[in-house]
Design a protein around this ligand. Structure first.
Ligand code: OSB
Ligand code: MG
Length: 373
């Protein structure tokens, strides 16, 4: 794959419903898409950085700058045998994993097309699952009544696991009525780092709700104190923000920081790293599930492919396009059947076509990067 040019573009997509976490509310997504142009094939990747650096240190603006100045120049003009070969070329840049992931995943997307193989098959091999189990992540609402209504709708649609966002003041008083209404559903919560160890007594009260897990209760950069917390909770901790690469997963396993790990391909820096994190977790007996970052159909299609890996044994946050968008940028859109499953597409490449005309219409800005000499 000779890398001839890279295009960066920002698209704007209003969410069907606002999404609120302990760090804030999102109503419209600004999404950075990366296209790598290589020998007649265009590979596409989505950067999962948010509009502001609240989930992690990156934002769409830092990612655009780092790809433009440092990452794209490191691969332009190169002839890569496989998508994976970009990893050492990008390694000089520290951090900025969502920026790297967008570029690397565009290369995987291109390679899958060139080889005429489904992307999921390139990632998963023979053990790939062909249906993905889906859960939903439901943000903080204006009232508990609205939240209960939303949960009822998602359960009726077939989703297999309900995750609700929590923060101090929106936690046990929210979990209690949910459990009362649905005593047996697979239920979890996500704090996005909203608590500290001073909240230990309070967090122990979560144990009475029989949660599948509590996601990222403490600091986004911590493994050590999560281990101290895990020892004092019955509920399993799932780490999200704290896991950046395979070494973090190994350290979390050895320390006992969590019993479950959520993998987000952007957070860990792209497909190569996501597979490496997955492999560590499988060896360590830590189940995985695929996280979401309010992706457009492109990132969603890539998440479907990643979710086919063997150790993704829990329902993830990869849900239907229509939960987020009036119209998605892929054809077909990602749909979830009434038993809460996504059928993995059999087609080569990412398995979902991009609606290029629509993408052009919602593009707010575009930069083409190529090697001048
Ligand atoms: O912590 O999983 C998270 C969205 C933005 C930032 C962080 C998170 C989330 C979600 C959304 O939970 C999951 C989805 O895409 O539906
Ligand atoms: Mg999370």
């Amino acid at each position: 794959m000779k890398i001839e040019a890279v295009t960066l573009r920002e698209i704007r997509m209003p969410l069907v419903h606002f999404f609120e976490t302990s760090f804030g509310r999102t109503t419209e997504r600004r999404i950075l898409l990366v296209t790598v142009h290589t020998e007649g094939v265009d590979g596409w990747g989505e950067c999962t950085a948010g509009e502001a650096p609240f989930y992690n240190e990156e934002s769409i603006d830092t990612a655009r700058e780092v790809i433009l100045r440092h990452l794209a120049p490191a691969i332009l003009g190169r002839n890569l045998a496989t998508a994976r070969d970009c990893v050492p070329l990008l390694a000089r840049v520290r951090g900025h994993r969502m920026a790297k992931g967008a570029l690397e995943n565009a290369l995987w997307d291109a390679e899958a097309q060139q080889r005429g193989l489904p992307l999921w098959q390139m990632l998963s091999g023979a053990d790939a699952r062909r249906q993905i189990e889906c859960g939903v992540s439901i943000g903080i609402q204006e009232s508990i009544e609205e939240l209960l209504e939303k949960i009822a709708l998602e359960l009726a649609a077939g989703y297999r696991r309900i995750k609700v966002k929590v923060k101090p003041g929106w936690d046990i008083d929210v979990l209690r009525p949910i459990r009362a209404a649905w005593p047996a559903i697979m239920l979890s919560c996500d704090a996005n780092s909203a608590y500290t160890l001073n909240d230990l007594d309070h967090l122990q009260k979560f144990d009475e709700f029989g949660l599948l897990m509590i996601e990222q209760p403490l600091w986004n950069d911590d493994l050590y104190f999560h281990a101290a917390l895990q020892r004092q909770l019955k509920t399993s901790i799932c780490l999200d923000e704290s896991i950046h690469h395979a070494r973090d997963a190994q350290a979390a396993a050895e320390l006992g920081s969590c019993r479950i790990i959520n993998i987000k391909v952007g957070r860990v820096g792209g497909f190569s790293s996501a597979v490496a994190v997955h492999d560590v977790c499988r060896r360590q007996g830590l189940p995985n599930w695929c996280g979401g970052m309010l992706e457009s159909g492109l990132g969603r299609a890539h998440n479907v492919a990643l979710s086919t890996l063997e150790n993704f044994t829990l329902p993830g946050d990869v849900s239907a396009s229509k939960r987020y968008w009036q119209e998605d940028i892929i054809d077909p859109e990602v749909t979830v059947g009434c038993t809460g499953l996504i059928d993995v597409p059999a087609k080569p490449g990412r398995g979902y076509e991009l609606k290029l005309e629509m993408i052009e219409k919602i593009t707010a800005g575009k930069i083409a990067i190529s090697n001048k000499q």
